[in-house]
Write a protein that binds this ligand. Structure first.
Ligand code: SAM
Length: 331
């Protein structure tokens, strides 16, 4: 959307954009793209297969067709190539977990005014005790990382490293891609014990169980066992305030051998704090869901690393489509 010159048309289009988001969310939640698969189906047939009422299902199908998310010919609906690749659960490139994660966040976003006024979260961490919410969060991280990791691993030279710590590694997607790229490398994914089954499943899927293990722990309150020559901290700092970020970085540094490399991957703000757009919006998402989390600027992350004794701190020239970036240093 061109934001250079706002006018009423553009402002109203922006204001109502969530109708489109919710249309996509409902279609993924109901499994519309999976049900259609490679067939051409009438609305009644789709309604019957998903156990839904005809009026509602056909209204949704027509809106999806208007958004070009499915195709309509006569009274039959079919998937687009993108729908089959990315929105059908049968595809290995399915990104529906991340879409469902967005959906679970939506309720809190509707209370943003409240979070802004009070400066406190309106989303409870306990929502992650729900299996479906946890699965869409962790596998949503997998969707995002799977999309980015194959390009990102080329930006970091781990060719002389032996053992990588993937701190808060979630399903282990980056550990997997670093190991695929660097045949000599082993990795340890350190995350909460509830993450173990997701990491085990993903690591197994890539046939890397002999090179990537999982350590269960809480990086705020527990020790990190072992010694490493590289540490990867991807999207974990933004959930914490500056004090805890410093604590986490110091803990990672404490298990690095001399010469060990530490790399932070985050949605990095410019030092002005108001750009790029995605990190600025992501900070609101952290206001909605955490006590002290937010996006950090390049300067802030570099200061945290320096505060933990890290040297040779530099920004790696890599920028993802969501404006995540990389800062590395050596201990
Ligand atoms: C946003 S995800 C990032 C996952 C992965 N690093 C990536 O970039 O795709 C944050 C991860 O940190 C983990 N985590 C959050 N708090 C933690 C804690 N106190 N100790 C260990 N892991 C934690 C979560 O379980 C989750 O897997």
């Amino acid at each position: 959307m061109d934001t250079q010159e706002w006018n009423p048309d553009k402002l109203l289009a922006l204001s109502g954009y969530y109708w489109r988001s919710f249309t996509l969310h409902a279609a993924v939640k109901l499994g519309i793209f999976t049900i259609i698969g490679t067939e051409q189906l009438a609305g009644e047939e789709i309604a019957q297969r998903l156990g839904g009422e005809k009026r509602g299902v056909i209204t949704l199908l027509n809106a999806l067709s208007a958004m070009k998310l499915i195709a309509k010919a006569g009274d039959k609906y079919s998937n687009t190539p993108a729908g089959i690749s990315f929105l059908s659960k049968d595809s290995p490139e399915y990104i529906g977990y991340m879409i469902m994660h967005h959906h679970h966040l939506a309720e809190s976003w509707s209370e943003l005014d409240k979070a802004v006024r009070t400066g406190s979260a309106v989303r409870s961490r306990s929502s992650y005790n729900n299996e479906e919410v946890r699965e869409s969060f962790l596998m949503g991280m997998f969707n995002n990382a799977m999309n980015l990791a194959p390009r990102l691993v080329d930006a970091i030279d781990l060719s002389d490293r032996r053992h990588l710590l993937d701190l808060g590694g979630g399903p282990g997607t980056y550990a997997i891609h670093f190991c695929l790229k660097n045949p000599q490398l082993k990795a340890t994914v350190y995350d909460l014990s509830s993450t173990r089954p997701y990491a085990a499943r993903t690591i197994e899927k890539f046939g890397l169980a002999a090179r990537i293990d999982f350590t269960a722990g809480d990086y705020l309150s527990d020790d990190i066992p072992g010694s490493y020559d590289a540490a990867w901290l991807s999207h974990i700092l933004h959930a914490e305030g500056p004090g805890n970020c410093q604590k986490i970085i110091k803990k990672a540094v404490s298990v690095l051998a001399p010469g060990g490399m530490i790399v932070v991957h985050e949605f990095i703000l410019d030092n002005t704090m108001d750009a790029p757009l995605f990190p600025a919006l992501f900070s609101l998402n952290m206001l909605l869901g955490t006590k002290n989390g937010r996006s950090y600027s390049e300067r802030e992350i570099m200061e945290m690393l320096a505060g933990a004794g890290v040297k040779k701190i530099e920004r790696i020239p890599f920028r993802s489509p969501a404006d995540s970036g990389l800062i590395k240093g050596v201990v």
